[in-house]
Design a protein around this ligand. Structure first.
Ligand code: FAD
Ligand code: NAP
Length: 433
């Protein structure tokens, strides 16, 4: 019997639980009291937290809105995707990548790894359950988490701990553009882009020059499409590797010895030597260095995997911001107009936490991130936690998951003592009757 069916069975025969629920619940949804934490989201962050908890003897329940784990990776990313950072920076706690994996594993390898990870720790998320609301109930001293299934069936989970693992990329960012309804070609976000194959021979405008926009442009080029890239602001483009090692790994190592500004200066000099002056190709650099900018604003530098060479050769054209869309054309802010067959929005993602979590202290309503900056954003009040909101990718996920599991285990142990004492006193009372 699985963990939840067992709890369901016990609850159905527990008069104290039934009475308590009748008192405090007004809704008609089914209700389940979960002894351990409820984790919302079965991406790498949710899986890592469940594994760390499991290792400490704390059972948990994961609720996932889609029909698979790591849905961002499986359903919303393009075919050519590989991890940008070397594998040692992307491993989850307690289980490394298989030794045969390349330095930059492919999307499929990463998904295989996550599935093996879930198998190893016997993690079985509850799929097709979208959390629509979660709220702390001060009378009960528990969180009430409501999920909606595919057929609209509502379920309420009551738990002592709630772990938010819905990710920084939960929803696509869709910019408003004048004339959007008029454009006759395909307009889609990168989360729905799979391959340049279907754009062969077409004029495609890619909007946004983050890592997604740059890679999609390269993919389009490799499939003989004709891409142009909208760059509305400054951007740091760094080589993926420098001096024979990954730029990320090198930066981490240098930061152990040198101040951030000096490391930034070093990165910019080497990038200039390797890539040249990127502003000559329409990619002007910000005034702040790449690491300083990342720390202050969370803006990730682009790690170049070959796109810059295509920009230099003219295979990818750089364009300014869009003013408006026409039926077959796009007008740019510099007054020029060009025809396009399709537009791909590489305009990024946002957190969806404010849409379902009824809590205003830990999470900002504005951007759906914890208000306290890294490394202090993982813990809130009343058993609320956040994993994977550090703007530091999978490395941040691992750090959060380990801390959260340690913290919950401490309370779990304390409460286990009380539970045991309570049960013993009941046994004592009944035997002396
Ligand atoms: C194209 C792309 C490439 C990337 N490459 C890298 C990389 O190489 N290295 C790196 O470190 N990072 C990378 N990232 C960042 C990436 O976000 C993290 O690697 C990782 O996916 C974060 O894991 P997560 O579990 O926090 O979030 P996610 O992977 O987004 O998982 C969150 C899960 O929560 C579920 N969910 C959301 N809302 C609800 C709800 N209301 N109810 C129930 N379930 C819900 C989602 O369906 C999803 O399955 C990349 C991101 C993108 C978009
Ligand atoms: N292989 C990999 O590992 C890989 C690949 C892809 C993505 N990723 C990661 O996934 C995350 C998301 O990346 P992303 O590239 O999808 O999003 P992103 O980093 O948020 O970049 C979005 C880009 O779109 C621009 N933009 C937004 N609205 C715009 C508009 N209306 N007009 C013009 N430009 C607009 C932004 O410009 P401003 O900066 O001016 O706002 C920014 O350049 C990042 O953490 C990234 O590192 C990793």
């Amino acid at each position: 019997m699985d963990y939840l069916s067992e709890i369901e069975g016990k609850q159905a025969h527990d008069p104290m639980f039934l009475e308590k629920m009748k008192e405090s619940s007004s809704s008609s949804s089914s209700c389940l009291c979960v002894p351990g934490p409820v984790i919302v989201g079965a991406g790498p962050s949710g899986l890592a937290t469940a594994a760390c908890l499991k290792e400490k003897g704390v059972p948990s329940v994961i609720l996932e809105r889609s029909n698979c784990m790591a849905s961002l990776w499986q359903l919303k990313t393009y075919d050519r995707l590989r991890l940008h950072l070397p594998k040692q920076f992307c491993e989850l706690p307690l289980m490394g990548f298989p030794t045969g994996f390349p330095t930059y594993p492919s999307k499929q390898q990463f998904v295989d790894y996550l599935e093996a990870y879930a198998r190893k720790f016997d993690i079985k998320p509850r799929f097709n359950e979208t959390v629509s609301q979660a709220e702390y109930d001060p009378t009960l001293g528990f969180w009430r988490v409501t999920s909606v299934g595919v057929k609209g069936k509502e379920m309420e989970y009551v738990c002592r701990w709630l772990v938010v693992a819905t990710g920084e990329n939960a929803e696509a960012m869709m910019p408003e553009m004048e004339g959007m309804g008029e454009f006759s070609g395909d307009i889609r976000h990168t989360s729905l882009y799979k391959s340049g194959e279907e754009f062969r021979g077409k004029r495609v405008l890619v909007v946004g020059c983050g890592n997604s926009g740059m890679e999609v442009c390269l993919d389009l080029c490799n499939h003989n499409a004709r891409p142009s890239l909208v760059v509305r602001d400054t951007v740091h483009v760094l080589p993926q590797e420098m001096l024979g090692t990954s730029t990320f790994g090198l930066s981490m190592w240098l930061l152990k010895w040198f101040p951030l500004r000096l490391v930034d200066r070093f990165l910019l000099i080497v990038s200039w030597l390797m890539l040249g002056d990127t502003s000559r190709f329409g990619l002007a650099r910000p005034h702040l260095g790449p690491l300083q900018l990342k720390n202050l604003s969370g803006k990730t530098p682009v790690l170049d995997v070959g796109t810059l060479a295509k920009i230099k050769s003219g295979d990818i054209k750089v364009r300014p911001s869009i003013k408006s869309l026409k039926r077959h054309a796009v007008e740019f802010v510099n007054g020029t107009t060009e025809n396009f067959d399709a537009i791909i929005l590489a305009t990024g993602y946002k957190s969806n936490v404010p849409s379902w979590l009824k809590e205003k202290v830990m999470f900002s309503e504005k951007d759906g991130y914890p208000r306290r900056p890294f490394p202090n954003g993982w813990k809130g009040e009343y058993g609320l936690y956040a994993v994977g909101f550090t703007k530091r990718g999978l490395l941040g996920t691992s750090m959060d998951a380990i801390r959260i599991a340690e913290d919950i285990q401490r309370c779990w142990k304390e409460e286990a003592k009380h539970r045991l004492a309570f049960t013993n006193s009941l046994l004592h009372q009944s035997s002396s009757l």
